[in-house]
Design a protein around this ligand. Structure first.
Ligand code: XLS
Ligand code: NI
Ligand code: NI
Length: 439
């Protein structure tokens, strides 16, 4: 890269400095990609990815105020900016030391006035992206199509009452899948931003859900046809921008996939800020999806629990990262998914260096979460207590309940013989105290 093409001058590859002091925010103190834990490197457990839309397209504008983030790459015509942006992004990925990135089709290249023009723009910029991928070894964690920003999608994409709009979304997804193949994306995400309703009075919910399921079936068919080898993911979110969104939370999406016989083709991309927006605790959907074998990837961010919207902050809370990593280790890893920072620096964090500080801080928070979770799992104290708590299901009647062979008559006979169960303490505070020991 020539000197004038450098966007982050003065910043070199972020080092690992385990004994750095509290004011040193431009190095990793916990994230050490090559260090091995339970048979895998930290880099393989964590599979970090930087998102294009917040970190390279974000301007800091909000519903009450104008742009605050003036990025040197967002200058010139939309296509000129797209070319600068992709170079800035790869400089950032390599200096930060992440192996993956994620993008929407429309963040990578601007929408044209026809589908053909949009596709040509995308071809041109992804040629550059592919070249940079080959040069740097950075790859695509996932691609997604923006089916929510353009005014044509105001009433939904795959759930639009007008099939003409659904067709546009399909044409866009077809191209998105071609691009995923071209760039070797490991996953493809569907986030149903406007797949929902504002008024039940003008909405045929049953028809909309069926159309969305059929839309997904077309995507599965095309993926198979072009030999695209990547994991499909649905990202739940309960509301915003719609008042009600169909992909409300992990359990709603799993039920939808099972109802329409799609569950073997999809997993879930869980974003904890969406989980808390649905009224659950931070880790809730990670744990629920994982226990159904459906946790595919994580949009690693956080909200402010005292607010009711998607603030997409960088995850910095060690309790949360520990719980997420505990679940990920227990399911044997998150590959081919990863931990994507669907997070944005605050509109008040206006320095370019703040982009680095935010990602480094969040990567370190996850590295600490991983280190803590490994100790929790290797010590086996918590898992031993949980195992003991359920031990009545390991023999006799309990075992038959567990394997599905017991009947109500068996349960009745057991009670006639054994009477009232004894009171057993749940000991929540003991578990919480033990957990706190590790964080
Ligand atoms: C919005 C979503 C979105 C998806 C990708 O709330 O998080 O950014 O991750 O479309
Ligand atoms: Ni997201
Ligand atoms: Ni979000």
């Amino acid at each position: 890269m020539s000197a004038q093409e450098e966007f982050f001058a003065g910043i070199s590859k972020i080092p690992y400095v385990p004994n750095a002091g509290p004011a040193d925010v431009m190095c990793f103190k916990h994230y050490n990609a090559e260090e091995v834990f339970m048979g895998k490197t930290m880099g393989d457990w964590l599979r970090f990815s930087v998102c294009y839309w917040h970190s390279f397209c974000g301007t800091g504008a909000d519903p009450f105020g104008f742009q605050t983030l003036h990025r040197p790459w967002n200058e010139g015509t939309p296509m000129e900016a797209a070319k600068k942006r992709v170079r800035a992004a790869f400089e950032f990925f390599t200096k930060l030391g992440v192996k993956y990135y994620t993008f929407h089709d429309r963040d990578m290249a601007p929408e044209g006035s026809t589908l053909e023009e949009s596709n040509r723009n995308l071809d041109e910029i992804t040629d550059v992206a592919l070249q940079l991928q080959n040069q740097t070894g950075v790859g695509v964690l996932w691609v997604t199509c923006n089916l929510f920003a353009h005014s044509r999608y105001m009433n939904g994409a795959a759930t639009n009452p007008d099939c003409h709009v659904l067709a546009y979304a399909g044409a866009q997804v077809k191209k998105g899948l071609d691009i995923a193949k071209k760039l070797g994306a490991q996953n493809f995400v569907f986030w149903g931003g406007r797949e929902g309703f504002h008024s039940i009075l003008n909405s045929d919910v049953g028809a909309e859900l069926k159309h969305m399921a059929n839309f997904f079936k077309m995507a599965v068919q095309y993926k198979e046809k072009i030999g695209l080898n990547c994991q499909f993911l649905i990202e739940p979110k309960p509301k915003e921008p719609c008042k009600h969104q169909y992909d409300y939370d992990a359990m709603s999406v799993i039920a939808f996939l099972k109802h329409y016989d799609l569950e073997k083709h999809f997993k879930l991309n869980i974003e904890p800020n969406h989980t808390t927006l649905a009224g659950h605790s931070y880790e809730h959907d990670i744990v629920m999806a994982s226990s159904f074998g459906m946790l595919g990837s994580v949009d690693s961010n956080t909200g402010s629990p005292d607010l009711g919207w998607d603030t997409d902050q960088f995850p910095m809370d060690i309790r949360n990262t520990t719980l997420v990593m505990k679940t990920i280790i227990e399911q044997g890893g998150i590959q081919p998914g990863g931990l994507n920072f669907d997070a944005k620096v605050r509109r008040e964090s206006t320095d370019l260096v703040d982009l680095f500080i935010a990602h480094i801080g969040a990567m370190d928070a996850f590295a600490r979460g991983l280190r803590n979770a490994v100790r929790i799992i290797q010590d086996g104290l918590l898992s031993g207590l949980v195992k003991e708590r359920y031990s009545s299901y390991s023999h006799g009647l309990g075992q038959r309940v567990d394997d599905g062979s017991a009947t109500l008559e068996d349960l009745e006979a057991y009670i006639k013989q054994n009477g009232e169960p004894k009171v057993t303490s749940g000991k929540q505070e003991k578990y919480e105290t033990i957990f706190n020991h590790y964080i």
